[in-house]
Design a protein around this ligand. Sequence first.
Ligand SMILES: [Zn+2]
Length: 258
Amino acid sequence: MNISNQPQPPLLGASDPAPVEIVNPAGRGDVLLVCEHAGREIPSSLGDLGIAASEMDRHIAYDIGARDLALMLSERLDAPLVAQRYSRLVIDCNRPTEADDSIPPVSDGTEIPANRNLDARERAQRATEIFEPFDRALAGAIRNRRPKAIFAIHSFNPVLRGVSRPWDIGFLYRKDARTSPALQRYLLAAAPDISIGMQEPYAISDQSDWFVPVHGERNGIAHSLIEVRNDHISHPEGVARFAGLLAGAIGDFMKKGD
Ligand SMILES: [Zn+2]
């Protein structure tokens, strides 16, 4: 008997949550919010991924504070939010599934045993059960609601591989050179003390990114991927401050963009 012909048990079991969380689906704002690294669920069939529980509290597992910030923005802007519940260590929903670190075997120095030596079927299963439902939900929300702008909410670690990052907030974009600079202008006036990175802390590419190239650029919708330094939004006061600043910046952009 050829073992490869045996049916594969599903990745997600009956007790596992659905991958996609949609908040405020009937929101009346012109904006759609996305949070690909919101969650840190692990499908029960993958156990603990072979890593210590404390690793799941680190930025390698999810974007610390990003869901809280996205939830508050969703409320302030009356915008729907599409968020992923599973950890990016299971599969990264802001990367092409062909990317080497789509299912990272190592993340910021931590080995992820459950991601080592996966065969094609195991890789495909992560994509079909977690990445694709999220991607379809987001594409469907864009198609049905026709938002005037879409914003992905992320956070970054103050230090990566020993290098300190000087920015408080970053805007990632490539072809849409209007939206992110407009948000920057607002923040420069509203909060002159914060340091803003444009196309920082990393540069967008087709090989490493999904939201900007696929959902933003291909649809021709105004967009920006917003990265906030995670120590600013790891507590409620910081979340409220950055939600206020970003709701102001996005609101101002939407008003002027009409
Ligand atoms: Zn992220």
